[in-house]
Design a protein around this ligand. Structure first.
Ligand code: FAD
Length: 313
């Protein structure tokens, strides 16, 4: 048994994990479920997949996790995959656990890093509530590992691979879950994961009304407003899609402003790929200054209007 099978319900994330798997020299394959069918196959081949396993069936249309894990179990057996790499999205985490249970193998989710050394797959995960990192390995022969989105960058191969598309017939799967209604989330058109400039606000902001000042600053620097967890989850001033952190979005902008943000590890872990980090905080001992390239110790209610005034000249 050898090779890596890669799956995500979000094809761009499959490209990221395929790039990683093929860079290790392992035979890589991708699984495609449901009606999106073969439309992504060429891209998968270009990112290192030697095979694309497609399964389509009306039962897969809602991508229910119990049906998806059953389908992946079948494909993993068909492909004789040693490792199944899944993206650790909300749905992916659940699929990973269910799949591992069906395959009777070990499972790691939320891997913030992953490397292969001497045949061992070593995953780095946040432990103790995110205060520390641990390295974990699975002792089972086959393994299911769910890796955080954006851990790897998708890069097409210089010379594309021409692989095979393999249709796998689904086994009849009956789910006790019945979908009664599906509602799309409102699309704000803003994706902080791909933004080049992020203006992140934290609990230093005193009132929701002050968001307009932050938005004005963000407009001047060409940035997108993001936030820490207390702002999205406790105060509900911004939607959760704007939350940066290990339980929110991982970002990699060219420029990051942390304004009234303390810089706890659970937040900063998702920021450290930013090229330049600017911190504005009235506490000179705030942890964010340890990671900042530029720091302004001061009251944001003085610093931000000053910056708006100077940058608008
Ligand atoms: C398992 C786990 C997962 C978590 N995941 C996340 C996550 O994904 N994202 C996340 O954000 N958090 C996460 N957290 C919470 C995280 O630990 C912190 O509590 C949170 O990030 C703190 O948010 P904050 O910086 O806005 O608030 P605070 O820590 O309260 O910091 C506010 C900062 O504002 C400064 N300040 C106050 N007034 C002013 C002013 N007028 N001018 C300038 N500065 C001012 C203060 O000095 C302070 O440093 C997680 C926690 C756990 C346990």
């Amino acid at each position: 048994m050898s090779g890596v099978l890669v799956y995500s319900e979000q094809p761009p994330l499959t490209l990221q994990n395929l790039t990683f798997a093929s860079s290790l020299g392992y035979p890589a394959a991708a699984a495609v479920l449901g009606p999106q069918g073969e439309s992504w196959s060429e891209q998968y081949f270009n990112h290192g997949a030697q095979r694309v396993y497609c399964m389509d069936d009306p039962s897969l249309s809602g991508l229910q996790t119990d049906i998806v894990s059953e389908a992946l179990c079948q494909i993993a057996d068909h492909a004789e995959a040693e490792i199944v790499l899944i993206s650790s999205t909300l749905r992916g985490r659940e699929v990973a656990g269910r799949l591992a249970q069906k395959l009777h193998v070990g499972c790691i989710t939320d891997a913030a890093k992953l490397r292969a050394e001497e045949g061992q797959w070593i995953a780095t995960r946040y432990s103790l509530g995110g205060k520390t990192l641990s390295e974990q390995v699975l002792n089972s022969g086959r393994k299911v590992i769910a890796v955080n989105p954006n851990t790897f960058q998708a890069e097409p191969l210089a010379s594309g691979v021409k692989g095979d598309v393999v249709e796998v017939a689904p086994r009849a799967a009956v789910s006790p879950v019945r979908i009664i209604e599906q509602k799309p989330k409102p699309d704000t058109g803003i994706n902080i994961e791909s933004a080049e400039v992020i203006v992140c606000i934290g609990r230093g902001l005193e009132s929701e009304d002050d968001l307009s000042m932050i938005q004005e600053f963000a407009d001047i620097v060409g940035g997108v407003v993001a936030c820490t967890r207390p702002i999205s989850h406790d105060r509900h001033w911004l939607p959760e899609e704007r939350m940066v952190g290990i339980s929110g979005k991982k970002i990699s902008p060219s420029l990051y402003f942390g304004i009234g943000v303390s810089g706890q590890i659970q937040q900063m872990a998702a920021v450290l790929d930013a090229k330049v980090i600017v911190a504005i905080n009235n506490d000179r001992n705030a942890p964010i200054f340890q990671n900042a390239d530029y720091g302004i110790v001061g009251d944001l209610y003085q610093v931000i209007p000053d910056l708006i005034e100077k940058l608008s000249r």
